[in-house]
Design a protein around this ligand. Structure first.
Ligand code: FAD
Ligand code: A2P
Length: 421
């Protein structure tokens, strides 16, 4: 896309609405707020976008990486992009001499030169809070094996509730089997699922993303299956009643139902593969899914004496009864995983968030962070990101270290990862 263009012509950066899974990663990553969305589509404002490419590598589907040639003074407007169901075909440009085209031109957004392109393109840390590269020993992931044009069908082989029945939080453990179809995944990756049906505009629902909760060799070892941890959404973010389309579809699935799946996604939020790596996991609610996957991977490796690292888990939920997988989690050996539960609505107990526990356990976290074999993963509510960063800053500065330096090093070494939604 950096090939020279005639004057007055622009490669407009656009998002393919058919492929986009509306995960918000691009909007979060864009350092200059050129990306926005409505209830239909994610769109790029041509008057702001400077083609820095920061948003391109983190996009799980590649839908962000579309460039159409347009007249620089007539880029597609936000309103046009909001209304699209598919990208328009490339339009032939008018057969005017270049000078005439240039004469019509208002100022085009600058195209960023190669040397000024965003460093995340080169595998260096992004400007975001987490690393844009995986740890050095991570296994190589497969991504985008199945797309919206060729989704794969999986069969539901299990669906049970992992929170107490009489609580508000209906969180399900759902096991999907892929039969003989290849679907290789790694811990930390996610998939997306198409709910059946169409939205209020008659468009097929877009796919929703879910973290994989099982390790690479399957929910049941050596089976071609995987599990998800799905929370039934019954209110919107303002706590008004709203039935989430995909979460309700998934939570109501019965054994032998089939679902349409795309993915896998994710090439940075991946666990280290060296036997003496330490993993600090920080999560709330369904953010426990990738932590379950990593923990189970380590547990299986440990049985073969192939894992000797330390695991430290900080897990936030309203109450014990609303904490997914509470029973199995508490049965894990204490010398295998150091579990810290932050309960916010337990009767008779003070409200605690994961970041409070990080500060309480500062000395032990610092000891782990002294080693460059330690990686940190944060997953769950978007709202916890800032709090967790502040808590890590306080942990590190308690040892007289400068958080900006430690933070930069963690990112550069692919040792700090966020997946929040
Ligand atoms: P929608 O029909 O899309 O939305 C219904 C209403 O609820 C809307 O008003 C919307 O604003 C609001 N809403 C949407 N999502 C939520 C929410 N999470 N909490 C409260 N209100 C909401 N979800 C899981 O359950 N488990 C996972 O492991 C998981 N992993 C994810 C990983 C990534 C990278 C991302 C981006 C998201 C993940 N999600 C996960 C969230 C999931 O993709 C859906 O957004 C969620 O299930 C809601 O979809 P829905 O179709 O049910 O709701
Ligand atoms: P709260 O009781 O304040 O909602 P949920 O059940 O909604 O998925 O939330 C999981 C846990 O995350 C709850 O204990 C919730 O507490 C907590 N939580 C909410 N906001 C934050 C935040 N900003 N930082 C950390 N934890 C949070």
């Amino acid at each position: 896309m950096n090939a020279p263009l005639p004057a007055g012509v622009l490669k407009q950066h656009l998002i393919d609405p058919e492929v986009c899974i509306r995960c918000n990663t691009c909007e979060e990553t864009c350092p200059i707020d050129a990306i926005t969305h409505d209830s239909n589509n994610y769109v790029v404002d041509a008057s702001i976008c400077n083609h820095c490419m920061a948003c391109v590598p983190p996009c799980p589907t590649g839908s962000i990486d579309n460039w159409l040639t347009v007249l620089a003074d007539k880029p597609y407007t936000l309103e046009e992009q909001f209304s699209w169901e598919a990208l328009p075909a490339e339009q032939p440009l008018p057969e005017a001499p270049i000078d005439d085209v240039a004469a019509q031109t208002t100022e085009a957004p600058p195209v960023v030169a190669d040397e000024d392109r965003h460093p995340s393109l080169d595998g260096y840390p992004s400007t975001g809070a987490g690393a844009s590269i995986p740890p050095w020993s991570a296994a190589h992931p497969y991504v985008n094996l199945y797309t919206h044009k060729n989704p794969i069908t999986a069969t539901v082989v299990g669906n049970y509730r992992v929170t107490a029945d009489d609580t508000e939080s209906d969180i399900r453990h759902i096991v999907l089997d892929f039969g003989t179809a290849p679907f290789p995944v790694l811990e930390g990756q996610s998939i997306a699922i198409f709910p059946p049906g169409v939205d209020e505009n008659g468009r097929p629902y877009h796919a929703r993303q879910y973290s994989i909760a099982s390790p690479r060799d399957g929910e049941r070892p050596r089976y071609n299956n995987l599990s998800l941890t799905v929370k039934r959404v019954t209110t919107d973010y303002d706590a008004k009643p709203a039935l989430g389309v995909c979460s309700n579809y998934l939570c109501d699935l019965k054994k032998n139902d089939t679902v349409r799946v795309i993915g896998p996604y994710g090439n940075t939020f991946l666990m280290p593969n060296h036997a003496d790596a330490n993993i600090i996991m920080i999560c709330t609610g369904t953010g426990s899914a990738p932590m379950r996957a990593m923990t189970e991977r380590c547990r299986r490796l440990r049985k073969e004496s192939a894992f000797q690292g330390k695991l430290m888990l900080f897990f936030g939920a309203r109450t014990e009864r609303e904490l997914p997988y509470f029973g199995p989690l508490m049965n894990l050996p204490k010398d295998f995983i150091d579990i810290n539960l932050a309960l916010s609505r337990e009767v008779g107990q003070p409200k605690r968030y994961v970041q409070d526990l990080l500060v309480e356990r500062a000395a032990d976290i610092r000891t782990l962070l002294d080693s460059d074999k330690t990686c940190i993963y944060v997953c769950g509510l978007k709202g916890m990101e800032d709090g967790v960063l502040q808590a890590l800053e306080s942990v590190v500065s308690g040892a007289g270290l400068q958080w900006p330096d430690v933070h930069a090093q963690l990112k550069a070494q692919g040792r700090l990862h966020f997946e929040t939604y």
